[in-house]
Design a protein around this ligand. Sequence first.
Ligand SMILES: *Cc1c(COP(=O)(O)O)cnc(C)c1O
Length: 250
Amino acid sequence: MGSSLDSDAIAGFGAARAAVLASVAEACARVGRAPGEVTLVAVSKTVAASRLSAAVAAGLTLLGENRVQEAESKAPLLPGAQWHLIGPLQSNKARRAVELFDVIESVDSLELARRLDRLAGEVGPAEGLGVYLQVNVDLDEAKSGFLPDTLETELPALVELPHLRLLGLMTVGRLVDTAEQSRETFVRLRELSRRLGERLPALGPGLSMGMTDDYAVAVEEGATVIRVGRALFGTRDQQLAQWQGAAGRP
Ligand SMILES: *Cc1c(COP(=O)(O)O)cnc(C)c1O
């Protein structure tokens, strides 16, 4: 059983990171953006902390998790990492989330925002807790997130919350066959952000959108944050094989 910090593992993650950043740079070049405008969140859900230490050593220092408990078990083992919550947050886990995460990308209701604001005032960073407002721009019944009309109505109350910094909007695209089919979703989020930001400049310009299959399209449409899992860590099946290999096989 080799050390998780072996140089092969670090080199592997370094190459995967470089490949994603190269695609980001190409997408930026196609539309005249600067690659520095795009932040890569490495989505590390289901990836063991032992593997993640090599990923962090390879420069994947910003990690995205969709469960509070999973992040809670990994964070103490990865002191060099920063954490974004990208999954639905239950109110009984909100306090722990504020303590653990640097940014919460999945704020999907005014009620949750109010709770986070209160908690951030107690245990959050002095400069305020950074959040994204998750929007269900496709009006997809299977998705969480503010409906665009609801967000428009509730945004004046959201921008008044003193302990939250509204960094921007976030969306999870529909399940699609080709990346190109996601473009409309990303355009909708960008347009909504522009319209709301004109009215209420306290809403930041950030756009968290795009995952492994469609992040290049998202970057073309203005993403400032992309959330990429499989392109960096492999599929869940590959992860399982890796884990069994590391454990000396059952
Ligand atoms: C899992 C997940 C991702 C990453 O998906 P990949 O297809 O593995 O890149 C991004 N955003 C959210 C909200 C996720 O749950």
